[in-house]
Each structure stands twice: as structure tokens, then as C-alpha cells.
Design a protein around this ligand. Structure first.
Ligand code: ADQ
Length: 489
């Protein structure tokens, strides 16, 4: 890639994502309070500096009245955010329905939810219709704010129809689309009833990006097998028009995490945690409470470890921080109960009068508390069943400057491709293997720990969110410039 850097380019960037990076709470008819929300996309884009960027997306609330909408628009403007207003019905059909019930499980190889498979199939067309309408609503807001020369960067599976809406409005818009989840094998993807229409819409973008080369390859295969188009080393070609397809592995703002640990609030948390868990090894899990994160599998592996290594009872504790998401979706409510039940059972089984083996918190932590946890814990356990990248593994490594803790990482997370040499890679479905890895991590020599950590730390601190965004935007500019040259020749 040509690494021009965004600094000084003075190019405007419109980031379009389903959710704005803030959650809005109404405090009165025209009063809103805004709070940064947790999530991978937010964390990554907060790390992108020195760009004239505006963020377009849904604020996560239904605001039916004009007074409220205007007040929220004004409050968000200070954060360089522009809201898209979606009503309850469209949120239900587009977001809960098509995005979260159909695309999300499919892209993570979970298929459609079993018990409402028939209902899902029946509702499919109306949900897809709502999906297209919602994408058009995002496009309408982009048109309102677009200026010639802007780069429009569309994010994620919620907005696969957006590149098409934008290009139909103005073929000269520079449009990039990036997927934060895996793109599944074409054999999985091809079960989606709207498979062709979605692929064709994504191909309207100038540049299509994925976290890993494998996801990019799956996408190109889907285009060749389902649409009969030609896959080239550059991307996908349709009657002479090339859509560039490439891998852009995301990163984090590692300096922000390191700096956070110098702040008094974080130091206080570190001291408290050290005192609280003195004499015991601490393992950490931090996830959104989602089925793709493999939380039940992780906890069951920990149980297996205690069962097979009783000498560790009372000497090791697992802290599992699970921030609830999509709480109105029944599948997620079921997952919460399932996790609570397993944790209760294991704590009943292995707890003593002085300690319980698992501390499970169903909530988001503030940034400094999270960094402190990353810094003091001995092992991080990431057991995603599938995960586009998994930034928690990066954040853990960034905060482990002095301790050099061990990362146990699922081979099904995109991060396994970048942190594989330093982490202990596991198949999260194999509970015995994960239990053995826990033992390996807890008993590892300091030489091995240091060597592994050094590898990962070098990667995390040199492949940052800033690099990711710069590379994507530069590549988009280059792709458009090259296409223009080709048409002029
Ligand atoms: P997510 O599925 O949200 O992201 P991940 O990449 O791990 O997964 O990011 C989670 C983010 O939320 C991290 O920055 C973490 O610090 C924060 N977080 C999680 N639990 C938290 C808690 N309890 N309290 C506070 N903060 C918490 C999606 C894809 C990923 C992909 C990212 C970025 O699913 O695969 O890596 O986008 O592309």
C-alpha cells in the first residue's frame, strides 16, 4: 500500500455505521445526555485521529417528535455525529430482524435460530424490505451532508445495501465498505435468500475491505460462484468494472491504553485489584454477552480445569465481564440465563467459605477500570466461536507491558492470524484442550511468557487503528484514481 497518511490531507471523511459511537438518553423534552458506547467499531474508530471525520448513524433511541429530534441533532453535532432517525417498526424489522436474527448468525456460522426458523423464513421478505428501506434512510442523510471529494466509508453488515444507494445517487461518490464480522464460506453464504442482491450492492463500492485475507477470499468466491463474476488478484470484475477487494486488519489505539494506566483512577483500581486477589492467579474474560463469544464454553472449560487440577481450587479466579447487548432479543435473554446458571453451579461446586472461583459481572466497565483489569490479570481467555477480529485480545496485550500475561485465543477469531505466534491458540469447542491450555498458561515459565508477549506487543503497538483507517482511506483514494485513469485511457 502507498502509505500517504491522512495528516494534512484535509479530506473529509463520512463514516457511516448503524450505531453512532454514543448512546443517547432523554432527560427532558429537549434535553439529552450522551455517553460513549462499548463495542469494537467504536473502540477502533475512536483511535483514528487527525482526520476531518463525521459519523452518521442511528442513536439507538426512538425519537418520534420533531422537538426531540432537533435537540438530539444539536447535542450530537458537538460530537461530530449526525443522527439517522429510525422508527420502532423499522428498527424491529431491520435491526432486530434482518441484521441480528439473520445476517449476524449466518456470518458467524451459527445458521438461523432453530426454533423460529419457520417464522424467520416467513418474515424474511418483509425484513429484507425494511433492511433496504433503512439503508436508503442512511443514504438520504449522507446525501444531505455530502460535499464533492468526500470519502464515504460504510461499515458492517447492517449497511450492505448502502453502496448501491449511494452510487445510484451519484456515481462519482468515493465509496468504501468494510465488514467487521467474518465473511463466511460461500457454502454458508449461499443459503441466504437475498444473496445475489446483497453481493451486487456491495460490489457497487469502489473498495471492499475485510479483517483477514480468508474473509476477502470467501467474498470473492461468493461473487464468482453465485454471481458468475470473475475473481482477480485485485478483486471482482464485472464487465470491465473492477471492485477492489482486500484485507485491512483492524488495530487499536495502543497508546491510549498505555496512557490510561498512568492516570490516578487506573492506578487506584490496580492497587485495589492486587489487594483483593493477593495470593491467587487471576484469569480474565471481557466480552459482549453474545453467542459468538463462546462464554458458556469458556466457563465450562474453566470448570474442567478445576475438576482435573483440584490443587488450583482457591488459587485461581476467573473474572468474566460480560456487557449485555441486544437485550430485547429472546436468544440473548436465554444466553444470559444459561451463563448465570452455569456460573452458579460451578461456584456452588468449587466455592469455599473464603472465595468463589468465578466472578461474573453483567455490565460495562468504565475505561480506567477495564485497563486496570487488563493490566493486573495473569491470563486472558478469548474463546469466540467466530469473531471478525476481537479487539479485547489486542487491548489485553497493550496493557500487559510489565506483567507479560498469557493470552489464550480462539483460532476462530480474526486476531488469531496476527497474534497466533504469541498466544496459545485453542479450538473453543474442545473444552479439554482449553482446560489444558489454562494449565499451560498458569504454569508457563517466565521466559516463554516474555517471548510470547514480546511478539504480540510488537504487533499490537505497530498495527494501530490509525494505521488501519489511513491504509483503508488511502487505498480507496488510489483505487478511485486508478479507475479514473483506466476510463480515460
Ligand atoms: P465486538 O463484537 O464488539 O466488535 P471486540 O472486537 O472484542 O468485539 O470489541 C469489543 C469492545 O468492547 C472492546 O473495545 C472492549 O474493550 C469493549 N468491551 C467489551 N466488553 C466490555 C465491558 N464489559 N466493559 C467495557 N467495555 C467492554 C465487532 C466484531 C469484532 C471486531 C470489532 C472491530 O464482532 O470481531 O474485532 O467489531 O472490527
Amino acid at each position: 500500500f502507498r502509505r500517504l497518511g491522512l495528516r494534512g490531507m484535509k479530506q473529509r471523511l463520512l463514516v457511516v455505521a448503524n450505531r453512532l459511537p454514543v448512546s443517547a438518553n432523554r432527560r427532558g423534552e429537549d434535553q439529552w445526555s450522551l455517553e460513549i458506547s462499548a463495542g469494537g467499531l467504536v473502540s477502533a474508530l475512536l483511535g483514528v485521529k487527525d482526520v476531518d471525520a463525521k459519523w452518521i448513524g442511528w442513536a439507538g433511541v426512538n425519537v418520534p417528535d420533531e422537538v426531540g429530534q432537533q435537540a438530539l441533532t444539536n447535542a450530537l453535532a458537538e460530537k461530530r455525529c449526525i443522527p439517522v432517525f429510525l422508527d420502532e417498526e423499522i428498527v424491529h424489522q431491520y435491526y432486530n430482524g434482518y441484521c441480528n436474527n439473520i445476517l449476524w448468525p449466518l456470518f458467524h456460522y451459527l445458521g438461523l435460530p432453530q426454533e423460529d426458523r419457520l417464522a424467520t423464513t416467513r418474515n424474511f421478505e418483509s425484513q429484507f424490505d425494511a433492511y433496504k428501506r433503512a439503508n436508503q434512510m442512511f443514504a438520504d442523510v449522507v446525501y444531505e451532508h455530502y460535499q464533492e471529494g468526500d470519502v464515504i466509508w460504510c461499515h458492517d453488515y447492517h449497511l450492505m445495501f448502502l453502496p448501491r444507494c449511494l452510487k445510484e445517487h451519484d456515481i462519482n461518490m468515493k465509496v468504501g465498505w468494510f465488514l467487521h464480522t467474518p465473511f463466511p464460506s460461500s457454502e454458508i453464504y449461499r443459503t441466504l435468500p437475498s444473496r445475489s442482491e446483497l453481493l451486487r450492492s456491495v460490489l457497487c463500492a469502489d473498495l471492499v475491505g475485510f479483517h483477514t485475507y480468508d474473509y476477502a477470499r470467501h467474498f470473492v468466491s461468493a461473487c464468482t460462484r453465485i454471481l458468475g463474476l470473475e475473481g482477480t488478484p485485485e478483486g471482482v470484475e464485472d464487465q470491465g468494472k473492477l471492485t477492489r477487494v482486500a484485507a485491512f486488519p483492524i488495530g487499536i489505539d495502543s497508546d491510549r491504553f498505555k496512557r490510561a494506566l498512568d492516570i490516578d483512577a487506573a492506578k487506584r483500581h490496580v492497587n485495589e485489584l492486587k489487594q483483593r486477589f493477593a495470593g491467587r492467579k487471576v484469569m480474565l474474560g471481557v466480552d459482549r454477552l453474545d453467542m459468538i463469544k463462546g462464554i458458556p464454553q469458556k466457563i465450562l472449560a474453566f470448570e474442567k480445569f478445576l475438576e482435573e487440577n483440584p490443587e488450583w481450587i482457591d488459587k485461581v479466579v476467573l473474572l468474566q465481564i460480560a456487557v449485555p447487548t441486544r437485550t430485547d432479543v429472546p436468544e440473548y435473554q436465554k444466553l444470559t440465563s444459561q451463563v448465570h446458571e452455569i456460573v452458579g453451579r460451578i461456584n456452588g461446586r468449587f466455592g469455599t467459605l473464603s472465595a468463589v472461583p468465578i466472578h461474573h459481572l453483567d455490565r460495562s466497565l468504565d475505561f480506567h477500570a477495564l485497563c486496570a483489569l487488563y493490566a493486573v490479570t495473569d491470563v486472558a481467555l478469548v474463546t469466540s466461536l467466530r469473531d471478525g477480529m476481537n479487539l479485547v485480545s489486542y487491548e489485553y496485550v497493550a496493557c500487559q507491558g510489565s506483567k507479560k500475561g498469557v493470552l489464550i485465543l480462539s483460532e476462530f477469531a480474526g486476531a488469531a492470524q496476527s497474534l497466533g505466534a504469541g498466544a496459545i491458540l485453542v479450538n473453543p469447542w474442545n473444552i479439554t484442550e482449553v482446560a489444558d491450555s489454562i494449565k499451560h498458561a498458569l504454569t508457563m515459565t517466565s521466559d516463554e511468557r516474555e517471548k510470547r508477549h514480546r511478539h504480540n506487543y510488537a504487533h499490537v503497538t505497530t498495527h494501530t487503528a490509525q494505521d488501519w483507517a489511513e491504509t483503508f482511506v488511502c487505498e480507496l483514494n488510489d483505487t478511485v484514481a486508478e479507475a479514473l485513469m483506466r476510463t480515460r485511457q
